[in-house]
Ligand binder design. Structure first.
Ligand SMILES: [Zn+2]
Length: 210
């Protein structure tokens, strides 16, 4: 099934691959209820993020149409990872230890990704690059889980915030100088919060008027 979603206009408020990945579980007002509803969605989201080349995108989509069962299995892993990462980040933000089940998901995907990471000469130096067969369906997971591991082991983690908006659980890196960003987007959750405060103030002053 070919996705009809406009991945060029996917949410990008996270300022970090891992967070934008988690945020694909969109709020209704921000586009489709969920940006990732099939393996094909995942491939197109990854392509839009620059994680797959045009050739790799075509290869994995062709492979997925030949092996739909295997593609569905990878899709399940993608969603498990997305949920596991969200819970791990929420636990850490609340000062709690992440649960073992979520760590096991991360561990498993990280092992699979690392097994495909190659240390390769590139110009006058070396770089880490994902090898593996071009047709490997789970290559969509590798760069995401690698970024997640980098994030979880870096100082940036302290700047990961969850939106204060009602019913909004989007995560973002707060890059403001005084750590004061509260909403995923000012134009969306921020404005709604302002409108609500204005309304409440107005209501209060109206009710105290004799
Ligand atoms: Zn929000």
């Amino acid at each position: 099934m070919v996705s009809t979603k406009d991945f060029e206009h996917r949410p990008q408020v996270g300022k970090r691959l891992t967070l934008d990945f988690i945020n694909t579980e969109g709020e209704e007002r921000n586009g489709p209820p969920d940006w990732l509803e099939s393996y094909s969605d995942v491939v197109r989201w990854c392509a839009a993020e620059g994680l797959l080349t045009a050739d790799q995108t075509a290869d994995v989509l062709a492979e997925a149409s030949e092996r739909p069962g295997a593609a569905d299995e990878v899709f399940d892993r993608v969603i498990k990872l997305r949920e596991g990462l969200f819970r791990i980040l929420r636990s850490l933000r609340q000062g709690k230890a992440p649960v073992g089940e979520d760590l096991a998901i991360l561990d498993r995907e990280l092992s699979a990704a690392m097994a495909n990471l190659k240390f390769t000469p590139s110009g006058d130096r070396f770089e880490w690059r994902f090898g593996g067969g071009e047709h490997e369906l789970d290559r969509v997971l590798w760069p995401i889980v690698r970024d997640a591991a980098d994030l979880l082991s870096s100082d940036v983690l302290e700047r990961v915030e969850e939106c204060d908006g009602d019913n909004c659980t989007w995560l973002f890196v707060d890059t403001s100088r005084n750590h004061s960003r509260r909403w995923c987007t000012m134009g969306d959750c921020g404005n709604r919060a302002k409108a609500r405060r204005y309304y409440q103030r107005h209501k209060r002053s109206a009710s105290t008027t004799p």
